[in-house]
Design a protein. Sequence first.
Length: 587
Amino acid sequence: MYSSFVRLFKSFRPHWRKLLLSQLLLALAVVMTVRIAALNGRLVSEGIQQGDISAVIHISVLMIALAIVQAICTMGNSWLAVLFSEGTAHELRVRTFARVQHLSFGDLDRFRIGQLLTRMTADVQSVKMGVLMTLMMALSAPITIVLSIAQAAESTPQLLNLMVIIMAVVTCALIGLIWGIRAMFIRRQASLDRLNNVLQENLSGVRVVKAFVREETEMRKFTEVNSDLERTARAPMYRIALLSPLMSFLIYGGQAFVFAVGGNEVFEGNASLGEIVTFVNLLVASVAPMAMLAILVPITAAGEASMRRIFEVLDARPEIIERPDSSALEIDALQGRITFEHVSFAYRAEDGTLSGEVLKDINLVIEPGQTVGFLGSTGSGKSTLVGLVPRFYDVTSGRVAIDGVDVRDIPTAQLPLIVGTALQEAVLFSGTVRGNITFGRDIDEDDMVVAARASDAHEFVARLPERYDSRVARRGANFSGGQRQRVAIARAAASMPKVLILDDSTSALDLGTESRVQDSIGALMPGATKLYVAQRISSVLTADKIVLLDHGSIAGMGTHDELIAGNGLYREIYESQLGPIREGGDR
């Protein structure tokens, strides 16, 4: 059941001395607790009943000394438990975040943002509490039970069967209460995933929601998943809520039963009042940690369920891995010739199986320095195709090569220096304009400005109060869509890559600005191979080559004039966007 925690604790091996010390301190604290319980009986029989004030003082001082030792040991154990639990949380967050950074686009398609947020926050917190409570409680119950039974066997053997019976009843009651609680916590975390997914989608698209007046619909959706979380979270918490009254009933009921049976033993002269007091204290001392253990089990069950979910991320094998025989290329010597050789591609579902092919046997050669436009309807495979060049995904079959070198043979750290990409969504990071443009590569001020001019970003940045040191809000919320796109294009062009991909990254620009950007990039990077993915046919009219995709296959290829003359699908797209073509090819 707790294989994930076993795996986690194995990672503590470098710190085994501290771990051992924490458990030794816990064991010593338990010994002190049992000894104090035994001294209670001596205080009654040897001191109070005998009227011996010196015995009362002697035993009381001894009990105080043992209590001090017990407190010091408990504090030491708690300090080390906090050290390990907080260290574990820190390490899990670091490792999970690092793993996410190395996941491929395909992996991120399966691990949704809401799920990753849950695993790096709520799940890590749950594991931290599991580690903390395990180190503070796990050994206390078995050690206390063993010592209590041993002490009871020595002082009141005639009542030992009574202790065993009461502890058996307590054990059965606790097992019945916590049975199946682990599965409940797993369902709760899954519900929390769904809630976070809805929150993430809604909050990131709240402007769309308001624009379409869909607040009530989104509220109903949120209420549904929130209610589901409430139901799944309520079940284990009901069990935990019953622990306290159940244990109180069993402890007090057990005490009453012992006094009833033990009182009879006192009347018959088979036991002293001090021995009965000692037995009751030992019983309480042994049942109390069982109650704590009952509290511990749900916490560790929740932690183990969360640990499994974290390990799912940590164990995820990225689809994009660097081949062991990869060798660095001389970037300056590269020309930027791109070849797609019998390329097919299919996305993977959440269970890892391949879905239907979205690219089918693509064969394409792009010469160095060419500007190539990719056009097609939504879902035709344009972005997927160009995304294979920087290895956002790996081909299902065939290969993609740059200057004859399979992109899978290029070191992953070097590939972004060869291929610069501006994605469909212009994501900016909180910080400064300078930090966003130089995000991919450290460049000097002059090169940064050149890249900004090429993307037509310099003009609006120069008007900002602090120019390139102006603050950028989270996701660039203080910039317009067109401004974000221009900064993103500058970021892609800043490293002067051999291949530049603009994946529909000028969609928020007007035609005049888009034309200026393309002209500026052409002047800045005349030798670079430029790939433009576009929805607007006007964006690719002047490209050296236009690749028309339809349902994952190449439906046409050539210049604008060639496609207008000989490709019906291209002509249809042109007329739907720019109007009918007159005789002679003019509008």
